[in-house]
Ligand binder design. Sequence first.
Ligand SMILES: [Zn+2]
Length: 344
Amino acid sequence: MRNQLLARSRSARSGLPLIYHPIYSVPLPANHPFPMAKFARLEQWLRNSNSADELSFIEPPRATAEQLQRAHCAGYVERFCAGQLSAKELRRIGLPWSQQLADRTVTAVGGTIATVNAALQHGLAGHLAGGTHHAHREFGAGYCIFNDLAVAALEVLAIGAVERLIIVDLDVHQGDGSAEILKDEPRAFTFSMHAAKNFPARKKLSDYDVPLESGLDDAGYLQALAQHLPRALEESAAELVIFDAGIDVHAGDRLGLLNISDDGLRQRERYVINLARDAGLPVAAVIGGGYDRDLEALTRRHAVVHQALLSRWRYEHEADYAPGYELDYESDYEPGPDKEIADA
Ligand SMILES: [Zn+2]
């Protein structure tokens, strides 16, 4: 409560940009394995947190056909949007087509573009969706239809906002679609650290791959990250980080093969964000994969990257806070009223 009151007394500046659209959670058939409700739940959770005053929610516009076609062939974009994919193509994606799904998909890609733009403007920004890294130029796979990471990367290069960028993909699955789409684009460097034995069975070649053994715990995982990410950042000569903070690395995830704890996730997000920001790079984070059937556990894990963004945001905007406001960089903000509801 005290933090909330003091946060409200900050000078009137905008808060950490978070990108979200109400159509992100579209209806799916009952018992569908994809946790589509998580996007709306995450937004609700963040809005109910006691640091909601420090967040600025932004509704993104839809990605345009021109933007989508930088990463995808026009025929695939048109056929998906018109509901004309074959049953086989939809099975590979794993989601049933609907007009709502099409609208959601195009808007979520627009959301990652908006997140990148906000990060370029403000240094840090978070998307409450995104990370559809299995989508290829001409087909979708593994719950991914269009590749928001590749579209946003090619967009930001096309408009000349940066000369070079890196996609830091820490989802437990390899970023095969991004690697393939961007393989001939030397200005977009793809880094993927993933469980070697996980989907997709046939990996593509990223600019920098770190395959991990199954069952790896926090210490081994964070050590691998600290060993490889600084090298990748240097090799990429990036001026922007697009960060896929997939939480399916968590020990409790249905589809992960790793053994990462809540604390391990927190350390990971802070490490990536601080490493990039200390090097002066804007960070645009997307939530990536997460498949726990427990919606509350899933929401809290996806919120960790936004908490880490806010922690860094506070550090960088200390002057905006009222005198006497004690910034505690180490402690995350509390879930607020939702905590009682969830614990009840
Ligand atoms: Zn994944």
